[in-house]
Design a protein around this ligand. Structure first.
Ligand code: 4NP
Length: 153
């Protein structure tokens, strides 16, 4: 199973999603791969945001070695499942992918926890530290659901 987490900048939400899911994969002893990417390219090559790293570290997860990269059409071949953090991210993925957009591979991450509800993981970039903790809790719960749901299939 190869999973890609996608947000806009690949410095706040999706690096956290990658780190959290990687941690759960390790704990469960699963042979899965996880990576993350962003659609807007503004922060390519950068490490995750300081507060994203801080919140991850508080939960025993080190994401300092991650570097932001752009989502590309090749990712549709490489990954089995592509989780977008929010609806505007899915719109961007669709725009980048054009005819390669594969609906069966792309979903909102929160739909794993609350199927069909279409909830976004909000963008913490413009707010304070509290937002990063809230985002952690949402993504953590969604990643538990990803592991449980895929094990059931
Ligand atoms: P992310 O947050 O998509 O969760 O990484 C953002 C970070 C930076 C920007 C937008 C969203 N930006 O426009 O610079």
């Amino acid at each position: 199973m190869k999973i890609l987490m996608v947000c806009l900048g690949n410095i706040c939400r999706s690096p956290l999603a990658e780190g959290i899911l990687q941690n759960k994969i390790n704990e469960a002893g699963l042979n899965w791969q996880v990576d993350s990417a962003g659609t807007n390219g503004y922060h390519v090559g950068e490490a995750p945001h300081r507060l994203t790293q801080k919140v991850a570290r508080q939960h025993g997860i080190d994401i300092s070695n991650q570097r932001a990269r752009n989502f590309s059409t090749a990712d549709f071949q490489k990954y089995d499942k592509i989780y977008a953090m929010a609806d505007d991210v899915i719109d961007e993925i669709r725009h980048i992918a054009k005819d390669k957009f594969d609906t069966s591979k792309v979903d909102l991450i929160m739909n794993e926890l609350y199927p069909g509800e279409g909830l976004d993981v909000f963008d913490p970039w413009y707010g304070g530290e509290d937002g990063y903790h809230e985002v952690y809790d949402m993504i953590n719960a969604a990643c538990d659901a990803i592991i449980n749901n895929i094990n059931k299939k």
